[in-house]
Design a protein around this ligand. Sequence first.
Ligand code: ATP
Length: 283
Amino acid sequence: MTEPLLAIRDLTIDYAGHVQAVRKANLEVRLGEAVGLVGESGSGKSTLASAITGLLPSSSRILSGDIAFKGQVITGADRRAQAALRGDEIAMVFQDPMTSFNPVLTIGEQLVDFQCRMPGSPMEKLNRAVAMLARVGIPDPALRARAYPHELSGGMRQRCAIAAALLVNPSLLIADEPTTALDVTMEAQIIHLFRELRRDYGGGILIVTHHLGVVAELCDRVYVMYQGEVVEGGDVDDIFHRPRHPYTRALLACDPARITERTSYLPVISDSERAGFLRGSSL
Ligand SMILES: Nc1ncnc2c1ncn2[C@@H]1O[C@H](COP(=O)(O)OP(=O)(O)OP(=O)(O)O)[C@@H](O)[C@H]1O
């Protein structure tokens, strides 16, 4: 079996010395596959994603375990090495595309800046940016490149953020709740875009979401987080049809229509259910 693109082993992270946000987490992403990371709010998904990209806040600490990218351990790498890795190999799409862009620069200027570590003249980079905007489905891409972020709809901004991430041709694309800030129609469009991109993007994709529909539509494998632990992981079909952990079962038992709502109720499992699973678990 080939080496995973990303391998997280027994990772434990805390905040301010007391909130243990991630506990002994294990997760892998291979080249060419899309992997979902699901769990309720506060289960540690974003903390885990931030650790991969080197964007953990200073109040957090990696207490144990490691993250390997292409076989090299990157936890503990200095900030400069992490920044280079983020720029060249790992790209992230955030929930709110407004946070990805500087409001006082045009989309085109920023897409050129995102390529600062790549070869080519500013004009070549702008042309590449416009071509990428077209690829992610932006109409009149040359015109949109001259627009400021606030002049675009939320869905278009998210498409621009995906274009920005893909411009550096990353091996790993991490999307943290990429559809959560969008209305249902735009969400469907962005899911469709990711499906199209999957066809010709050869890298790995990690999609962090609380929305099982996104996982069902896009992912080959899925990991489920609950209270900081990765409680189960495997092929989407297996997990969806034969969930082992009570939290996964409860999550799947929810009315899917309600899961799509941001204010949706997510299930709570009892301590005895959880303890019963852990006693019989090999995770
Ligand atoms: N900067 C921080 N300082 C202290 N605690 C934090 C910080 N960020 C997150 N936490 C805590 O760490 C735990 C995991 O949070 P995290 O944001 O990783 O979960 P999440 O699953 O991504 O949730 P959401 O879907 O709401 O973003 C929670 O208990 C949260 O309150």
